[in-house]
Design a protein around this ligand. Sequence first.
Ligand code: HEC
Length: 131
Amino acid sequence: MLALLAGTADAQALPAPLTATPGDPANGEAIVTTRERGLCILCHAGPFEGVDFMGDLAPDLTGVGARLTVPELRQQIVDSRVANPATIMPPYHSTDGLTRVGAAWEGTTILTAQEVEDVVAYLATLTEEPE
Ligand code: HEC
C-alpha cells in the first residue's frame, strides 16, 4: 500500500478512501475529542464541545476542514511524516519506520482504516473559521 502511494503525483495527499464504507463523522468526533482514543486533544485545540483541557503544541483544528482538502486530511492522519518528517504528530495508520514501539503495539496501527475515515469525515465538517 505505501509503496503504491509513494508513486502518486501528490505525495502529500491520499485521494482514495481507505475503506469502502464512508467515514462516520459522529464516531470521528468521539475519537478526536476523547483522551482514551485519538489523543488529538493532547496537542490540538479545536471547536470541541465539552472538552475542558486542550493542548497547544499543534495548530488549532478550528476551520481545518476549510483549510485542507479531504485527501490532505487523510494523509495528515495516516502518516503526517510525509508532509513533515520531523513532526511530533504520531502516524495513526502506518507502522513504517517507527522506533521504540511497545511489543503489544508492534505491527499494529493506532487507528484502524475505518477509524481514519471517520476522523477525516469529522475534520471535514470543521469548516467554520475562527472569529
Ligand atoms: C503529539 C502531538 C499531536 C497529536 C497527538 C496529534 N497531532 Fe495533529 N499535529 C501536530 C502538529 C505538531 C501539527 C503541525 C504540523 C506538523 O508538525 O506535522 C499537526 C497537524 C495536524 C493537522 C493539520 C493542521 C493544519 O492546520 O494544517 C491536522 C488535521 C491534525 N494534526 C489532526 C490531528 C488529529 C485528528 C489527531 C488525533 C487523531 C492529531 N492531529 C493528533 C501534533 C499532534
